[in-house]
Design a binder for this molecule. Structure first.
Ligand code: DGY
Length: 332
């Protein structure tokens, strides 16, 4: 008898996602959203052929060495810095992600977090909820405008480009910096001008980070970079924790080196640098940039389809390490 392959889903997903996987596999899922240690994860993954993981699951050599049956790790995210791709390739494991389906929602959230920060929305909400609002007056909670601001975008992939598109509606000047400059036609379509990193830092009233995390982008914005920004500037991190030095950011916000910040991601999530809690000029959002019902549904289903294709045809869409197919062909 042909035994069904086994798949582990490490976090709660939608019923539709499970139903799709269950058409092909014997599926176990963490529908109770229990917090698993790295060791729990390894133990549960042993004997599994596939895994649907999230950004909080670290997939590295140590894990893969202990799960030799694993053939695919399908992350329900576009970012994949939690997966060691080289280790996956060495172990003959396909790694996949979910690009495209979350672009618009993340771009929307970039605008949301920017507006919340420049207009001091969270601070105002705290005031009202604390029943300490004395009534409106002329100089209360004065913020900055997004309209007509110079907005810098660091990272100009799919999401960065859609953020630029959204920003046109606010009559902003959009600057961008990225490793590989975009084609002139793309710059023109999104009304964005390429500048050096230093120019981006110096000219941006608002700087939105949406670049991938890697050892090269670790602390892309640290103390030295903040010192090059305007004292009136606002920093928005939509990308990944670790791209900003959060300790240096807390100091910069406290000392007036920067005016404000909006963070959707943190170094060492889910922990948040304690110094940030003491500050009113930072908006803290819990890594929810893609968290709308339809987008999360799409992400989970895309990850499920990746997993099915990987284990049935060996050719999943959104394969992050195509070299693996040369290393070993074990699907079927
Ligand atoms: C992503 O898709 O990388 C997001 O950060 C996860 O929510």
């Amino acid at each position: 008898m042909n035994m069904k392959k086994k798949v582990l889903v490490t976090r709660e997903v939608f019923d539709e996602t499970l139903a799709h996987l269950a058409q092909h596999f014997d599926v176990s899922s963490n529908q109770g959203n229990e917090q698993w240690s790295a060791d729990d994860l390894v133990q549960r993954l042993q004997g599994k052929d596939g895994a649907l993981v999230t950004t909080s699951d670290r997939v590295d050599d140590a894990l893969l060495s202990r799960c030799p049956q694993l053939r695919v790790v399908s992350t329900v995210s576009v970012g994949y810095n939690h997966i060691d791709l080289d280790a996956c390739t060495r172990h003959g494991v396909m790694a996949t992600n979910t690009p495209g389906v979350l672009t618009d929602s993340v771009a929307d959230m970039a605008i949301c977090l920017t507006l919340a920060t420049v207009r001091r929305l969270a601070e105002g909400e705290r005031l009202v909820r604390a029943r300490q609002w004395p009534g409106t007056h002329l100089k209360q909670l004065l913020g900055h405008d997004l309209h007509h601001a110079t907005v810098g975008i660091a990272g100009f992939g799919r999401i960065g480009q859609v953020i630029a598109k959204r920003l046109r509606g606010f009559d902003t000047d959009v600057l961008y910096h990225t490793r590989h400059r975009a084609e002139a036609a793309v710059e023109q379509a999104y009304g964005a001008s390429y500048v050096s990193k230093d120019e981006l830092l110096a000219r941006s009233d608002i700087l939105i980070l949406i670049l991938p995390y890697s050892p090269e982008t670790h602390h892309f914005i640290g103390r030295a970079e903040m010192a090059k920004m305007k004292r009136s500037a606002v920093l928005i991190n939509m990308a990944r924790g670790g791209i900003v030095d959060d300790a240096a950011l807390a100091e910069a916000l406290r000392d007036g080196v920067l005016w404000g910040a909006g963070l959707d991601v943190y170094e060492n999530e889910p922990r948040v640098n304690e110094a940030l809690f003491a500050l009113d000029n930072v908006v803290l959002s819990p890594h929810i940039a893609s968290a709308t019902e339809p987008t999360r549904q799409n992400m989970a289903m895309t990850a499920a389809r990746n997993c099915v294709a990987a284990l049935t045809t060996g050719v999943p869409p959104n394969l992050l390490n195509p070299q693996v197919q040369a290393t070993v062909s074990r699907a079927g």
